[in-house]
Design a binder for this molecule. Sequence first.
Ligand SMILES: NC(=O)C1=CN([C@@H]2O[C@H](COP(=O)(O)OP(=O)(O)OC[C@H]3O[C@@H](n4cnc5c(N)ncnc54)[C@H](O)[C@@H]3O)[C@@H](O)[C@H]2O)C=CC1
Ligand SMILES: O=P(O)(O)OC[C@H]1O[C@](O)(CO)[C@@H](O)[C@@H]1O
Length: 380
Amino acid sequence: MKQAVHFGAGNIGRGFIGALFSKSGYHVTFVDIADQIIDQLNDKKQYQVKLATDQQESVTVKNVSGLNSLKQEEEVIKAISEATYLTTAIGPNILPHIAPLIAKGLASRVKETDEKLYVIACENQISATDLLEGYILENLDQATKEKLADKVYFFNSAVDRIVPIQNNEGSLDVLVEPYYEWVVETKESIPAVEGMTIVKELAPFIERKLFTVNTGHAVIAYLGYLKNKKSTIDQSLEDASIVEQVKKTLGETGAYLIKQYGLDAGEHQQYIEKIINRFKNSYLNDSVNRVGRSPLRKLGPNDRLVRPAVEAKKAGLSYTNLAKAIAAALLFDFNEDEEALKLQTMIKEHGVASALKEVSGLDENSEITEEVINHYNNLK
Ligand SMILES: NC(=O)C1=CN([C@@H]2O[C@H](COP(=O)(O)OP(=O)(O)OC[C@H]3O[C@@H](n4cnc5c(N)ncnc54)[C@H](O)[C@@H]3O)[C@@H](O)[C@H]2O)C=CC1
Ligand SMILES: O=P(O)(O)OC[C@H]1O[C@](O)(CO)[C@@H](O)[C@@H]1O
C-alpha cells in the first residue's frame, strides 16, 4: 500500500489531509506527541469524519496508525523512508521543532532509495513549506543535501477547511465543514491525491485564501470577542455591525487582490459571499477564542491583517477597516491564550505603537500605526 506520513494528528490532520490520503488509497502514519490520540489510532485503526450539516453525513477514514515523535524516533525515520508523501498540519511555530527528526528521516531515506518523496506543509502561512525546507536543511550535512536533489521535493500549499475544536474528548472522530480546498504548487507530475488541486503559481491562491477566509474570520473573532468573550463565530454574525465590518474589510483586501492578481471583481465578490455563508454554519459551534488564537502570529508582517493593510497602502487603496481589525486584535486578551497574554503585557509595558513595531514590523510613526491607534482608542 502507498504510504503517507503526516505530522500533526489534530483537526486538520485527521479531518482534512489524512482523510484525503486515506480516500486516495494511502496508509496514513500520523506523527504527534499526544499519546491519547496515537494510542487510539493504533487501537481503532479508523475514525469518522462528520460533516457539519443537517444530515451529519459521515465518512470512515481507514488505514491509519500513529507514532509519537518524542518516543518513537526510529519508527518515524523508517516511516519517512517508506513514504511517497510527507505532510504537516501542526502550526507554523512548531515546524522548527519537527525539522530535526524529518532531517534524520530524509538522511536515512536517501541512503536506501531513489524513490521520490513529496513534502508539503499544510499550514496557514505563506511559503510554509519553504520555511520547513530551510529548517530541515539546517539539520543536514552538505553531502546529504546534495543527495536530496531529484529525490525529495518541497511544495508550498494553501489549505482551506474550517475544523473547530472538537467537543468529543476521548474520540478520534472529527466534525468538519463540507467545503474544502487544498491547492499545491508544483510543475512536477505527482501521484494523484483526491481533492488536491495542482497549480503552477500559488501566490494568487494563498493570498486570496488568507486575505479573504482568514482575514474575514479574524475580523469576526476579534470584534465578536469584544462584544462577548464566550461567543461563537455564527453568533457574532447575528450582529449586523459585525457583518458590515467584515464586508468592508473584505472589500479592502478584495480591492488589493483584484489589482494585484487581475481577479474578476464579480467573481471575487461571489467568493466573499460564499465565505461569509461558510462562517454562518452554526453546526460548527466555532468559538471566537479558537479563531482569534495566537494573535502574535496573526499580527505578523506577512499574515492576514498587517500584510493586506501594508499592500493596500502601497497601492494607494483604503486600509482603514483593516486598521480597525488590527486594533481589535490588539485588544484580544483571552487569558487562556499564551500569545494574547504576552501581547497584553507588551502593550501595558511599552504601549500600542511599540507593540506594533515589534510584532508587526510597522514603524511607530507610520500612517497605519496612527490609524490603528485611533481605532484602538475608540474600541477599548
Ligand atoms: N483548524 C482549521 O480550521 C484550520 C487550520 N489550519 C492550519 O492547520 C494547522 C493545524 O491546525 P489544527 O489542526 O487546527 O491544530 P490542532 O491543534 O488541532 O492540531 C495540531 C496537532 O499537532 C500536534 N503537535 C503539536 N506539537 C507537536 C510536535 N512537536 N510534534 C508532533 N505533533 C505535534 C498536536 O498534538 C495536535 O494534535 C495550523 O497551521 C492551522 O493554521 C489551516 C486551515 C484550517
Ligand atoms: O487560526 P489559524 O491557526 O490560522 O487556523 C485556523 C484558520 O483557518 C481556517 O480554518 C480557514 O481555513 C479558519 O478556521 C481559521 O481562520
